[in-house]
Each structure stands twice: as C-alpha cells, then as structure tokens.
Design a protein around this ligand. Structure first.
Ligand SMILES: Cc1cc2nc3c(=O)[nH]c(=O)nc-3n(C[C@H](O)[C@H](O)[C@H](O)COP(=O)(O)OP(=O)(O)OC[C@H]3O[C@@H](n4cnc5c(N)ncnc54)[C@H](O)[C@@H]3O)c2cc1C
Length: 480
C-alpha cells in the first residue's frame, strides 16, 4: 500500500477491530489475522431453526464513550440504542405464587449522585433500615480514590459489609449492578473494579448509567460492520489465520537506548508475515503463549493467572408475548437479567417472543446440562411473568462462555499489562489489559485504541487516527 507502514493486528475481537480501524483511519497498511472463521471475538451470533441468537446478551452504558465511538465509526450506533433514561423494573417472585413484587431502578432529573435517590428511597425489595443504610455505603464508595492500589486488595462485598450493608442489601441491590459489570458477585469482586463501575456509572453524570444494547445480531453489529469499514479503508482481513509465533530481531549492539529486540513479523500457516508493528489483541493465555509471560505494571505477577469467569445465557422462544418490558431484572430468582431479543433474533412479533436470561458469574450453571437449565429457567420465568404460565415454549437453547471474562477478583490490577511491551513495535490490547475497567466492551475498545496510538507512533505515524467526526477519537483521551 504505497509504502505505508504495515501494522499486523492479531485477533479480530473488539480490541483488535478497534485497533485495526484506528490504524486504517491513520493511513497504515493494516492486516487483521483472526484464528476463527468469524470476527467479533467474544461477541458473536449463531443461527438455529431460522432465528439468530447471540452467544450472550451484551449491554453497555452511556458512559462507555470509547465503545460508543466505535459503534458510530462502524455505522452501528443506530442499531444499539440507549434508553432515554435508565429504567429497569426489578421483580421478586411472591412466595404464594401470586403476582411478583415490583420495584424500579429508575433515574430522575436530579444531578448525580442524586439521580437514583427516589428509586432507592422507595426500593421495595429492601426493608426501611436497609434502605436508610444505602446512602452510607454510596457516600463511602464515592469518596474512594480509584488510583489507590489498596482498593484492589479487598472484595467489594467486604467493603459493603464494613459500611453497614446487610446480605439482603448486597444480594437485592448491589449485586444487580456488580454481577453484570464485573461478572462476579460482590463477595468475590475486587473493590477496585466495582468502584470504577459505580463511580463512572452513577456518581459522575446523571445519565451515565443509561443502558444500551443491540437490536441486531452481535455478529452484524460488530464483526460484519467493522469488516466493511476496514475493507473500504484498504485493510486486509484473513480469517482462519491462527498466529503460531512471533518473529523478533535483535537490535544491533550499540544502537540507541531502547528495547533490545524489535518485532519482525508473525508466523501464520507456517509462513512469516512481515510487519513494522504488531498489535497482539488476543486473550491473555494466548498472549502469554506467543510472547512469553506478560507482566503487570508492578512486574510481580503474570497475566496468565488472571483466571476466568463464565457467563451462561438461556434463550427461550415463546409462542406469544410474555414480557412487557425490553429489559427486566429479578431478585430472589435464578433469573438475574432478562432481555426481549425478538428483534435481534429475527422472530416476527406476531409469531411470539424471544427472551434471553443472562447469568453472570455462572460458575455453577456453566457445568450444568442444558436441559436442567431450561427447566429451571422456564419455571423461574413462569413465576415472574404470569403470561409465561400459559405460553408454550417453541424452542430453548443455552449458550455458555466458560472464559467470558477474566476473573475480576482482588489482586488482578497488578497482573494487567500496559499496551507497550519490551519489544520495539509490539503492543498488547484486550479487555484484560490495564484499562482500569472490568473486562467489558468498553475496556476492549479502549485498549485497542491505546495500542493503535502507540503502534502508529512507533512506525512514525503520529496522527494517531483520523480526526474526522464520528471516528474513534483522539487516542490520548482513551489511553488508560
Ligand atoms: C457471554 C458474554 C457476555 C458479555 N456481556 C458483556 C456485556 O454485557 N457488556 C460488556 O461490556 N462486556 C460483556 N462481555 C465482555 C466482552 O464481550 C469482552 O470483554 C470483549 O468482547 C473482549 O474483547 P477482546 O477483543 O479483548 O477479546 P476477544 O473478544 O476474546 O478477542 C480475541 C480474538 O483473538 C482471536 N485469537 C485468539 N488466538 C489467536 C491467534 N493465535 N491468532 C489469531 N487470532 C487469535 C480470538 O479468536 C478472538 O477473536 C461479555 C462477554 C461474554 C462472552
């Protein structure tokens, strides 16, 4: 490509795609190598009996600015709208089989952090004493300094207990936000990651936690649209292209101070593909295999020990409408969050409704047989939605992601590397790298844009992405 620097991006998940788009926008000669037959990484879709299902429901918040810019850039923002204002009905089944109790997590027009004040003061799933104590923990959480390394030495659950939160308050309120964002219960989640979520989502801007999600299959929203933008910009994409090794060159003795080695290329299908810069946007285990032990900022830990946390989704197709809201949360039920996925599945609403029950921190569920999960979840849905008691289940399918995210427990901050490596021209990206965010789409995109900025600088192209409106933004805004 007319002598433009060649940037090879290994991995076509959100981190790799956003890095590739940023480098393509900056005029680099980009090649994306993805081992699977599809792009999108941990966000993908499959077809069954004529309908489309996602590997797991994906949600983002208005404060996910880098991810939103990515959606804009690839032309997908209109297909993943945000709620006008955060409003989630929270149901609790009644013991006697009657109508479930309902409370709302809904913001008002007051500035942060008062926007949820009314909702919390009237949150009927907690007793008066628990509700009165919520403010104490919220204030303490708001005062935490995210840069304090001590936050990553304690669980969020321990912090909440120290600030007067009962088990009921943790289970029926705090976990509603911790589980889908950190992918662990508060009792296991790192305080550092939970504090990042609560401070960014609830304590800064009043609309920061408004929720958005896709109304088209994730494969379309991310992989297909990004591929079209990349190809239009002249980038090449190779699928089923598993990178098996990296090629390094020793820098000549006496060369200017800097890394002792430089990247030369990557090996795919037994052949070396040369590169001026390589962005390794693969999961942490693969990065460690290809590059060697990847270390966190304080250099005492290896990213290989980041562990994993599963997510399981139970998708149910009913012969009629059972759910009146597009999203519902539940407490005192196996259901955590339930989404109406009729639009993205392609089901005609006249023929029924498709719903997805998303189970985060699913250590138990990921080892259970699909038939067992389907029975448990269709029963739980019947408890929550009277209409489901009379509806027929036309189809049900379980999707499981054993390694959906890294395990965001205390101690993980020290294991997450920054994008620059000890090899000139080699950069790391991925939701598992040091973004400050839990393993999320926002973290993945941030990491990709940050790695792209460094890669472009290393090849002498500091434009750092185009500055056209709607692009991925200036990298300095997103470098963690
Ligand atoms: C079921 C589920 C639900 C989730 N829900 C949410 C949510 O609601 N909100 C949210 O923000 N986040 C959610 N996440 C997390 C989010 O999807 C991830 O954090 C993000 O997509 C990770 O992107 P990534 O690019 O860092 O990694 P990945 O998506 O894992 O991409 C890495 C890519 O590298 C490729 N690769 C691996 N080895 C090689 C090799 N040797 N050569 C070439 N390519 C290779 C892989 O095939 C993969 O495509 C969820 C995840 C799952 C699985």
């Amino acid at each position: 490509m007319n002598g433009a620097p060649r940037v090879v991006v290994v991995g076509g998940g959100l981190a790799g795609l956003s890095a590739a788009v940023a480098c393509t926008d900056a005029g680099a000669d980009v090649l994306v190598l993805e081992s699977r037959p599809r792009l999108g990484g941990a966000t993908w879709s499959f077809r069954r009996n004529g309908l489309s299902f996602d590997n797991g429901q994906h949600v983002y918040m208005r404060c996910c600015t880098a991810y939103r810019r990515f959606l804009e850039r690839v032309g997908s923002a209109g297909d993943a709208p945000l709620q006008e204002r955060l409003a989630i009905p929270v149901l609790r089944p009644s013991a006697g089989g009657g109508a479930p109790a309902l409370a709302w997590l809904r913001r008002n027009d007051l500035p942060a952090p008062l926007q949820l004040g009314t909702a919390l003061a009237t949150y009927g799933h907690l007793g008066t004493a628990d509700r009165l104590r919520l403010g104490r923990a919220a204030l303490a959480l708001r005062r935490l300094r995210l840069s304090d390394p001590a936050l990553d030495s304690e669980t969020f659950g321990a912090f909440l207990a120290r600030h007067g939160q009962s088990e009921a308050a943790i289970e029926r309120l705090w976990d509603l936000i911790t589980l889908p964002t950190v992918n662990l219960h508060a009792g296991e989640a790192s305080l550092a990651l939970a504090a990042k979520v609560f401070q960014t989502g609830l304590f800064t801007e009043s609309d920061a936690a408004d929720l958005g999600w896709s109304r088209v299959p994730l494969a379309t929203l991310h992989g297909d649209r990004a591929a079209a933008v990349l190809r239009a910009g002249g980038a090449a994409i190779r699928k089923r292209a598993k990178v098996t090794a990296l090629r390094f060159a020793d820098r000549p003795p006496g060369s200017a101070a800097g890394p002792a080695r430089a990247i030369e290329g990557v090996v795919v299908d037994g052949e070396t593909v040369e590169a001026d810069a390589v962005i390794l946007a693969v999961p942490h285990e693969v990065a460690s295999e290809l590059y060697g032990p990847v270390r966190g900022p304080d250099r005492d830990g290896h990213a290989t020990t980041l562990g994993r946390s599963p997510i399981v989704d139970v998708h149910v197709v009913y012969d009629r409408k059972v759910l009146d809201h597009d999203v519902v949360a539940a407490v005192g039920s196996p259901v955590q969050f339930l989404f109406d996925t009729t639009a993205s599945s392609g089901l005609d609403p006249a023929d029924g409704q498709c719903v997805a029950a998303s189970i985060s921190g699913a250590d138990v569920e990921q080892g259970e047989r699909p038939a067992v999960l389907v029975v448990r979840y269709t029963r739980a849905l019947a408890e929550l939605f009277p209409a489901a008691r009379h509806a027929s289940v036309v189809d049900a399918v379980v999707s499981r992601e054993r390694a959906a995210t890294f395990r965001g427990i205390p101690g993980t901050a020290a294991l997450r590397p920054r994008p620059a490596t000890e090899v000139a021209g080699l950069f790391l990206a991925g939701a598992w790298t040091d973004t400050g965010w839990p393993a999320t789409m926002e973290g993945a995109v941030r990491s990709g844009v940050a790695a792209a900025a460094l890669a472009l600088r290393s090849v002498g192209n500091d434009r750092g992405g185009s500055r056209r409106p709607g692009d991925l933004g200036r990298p300095e805004e997103v470098v963690a």
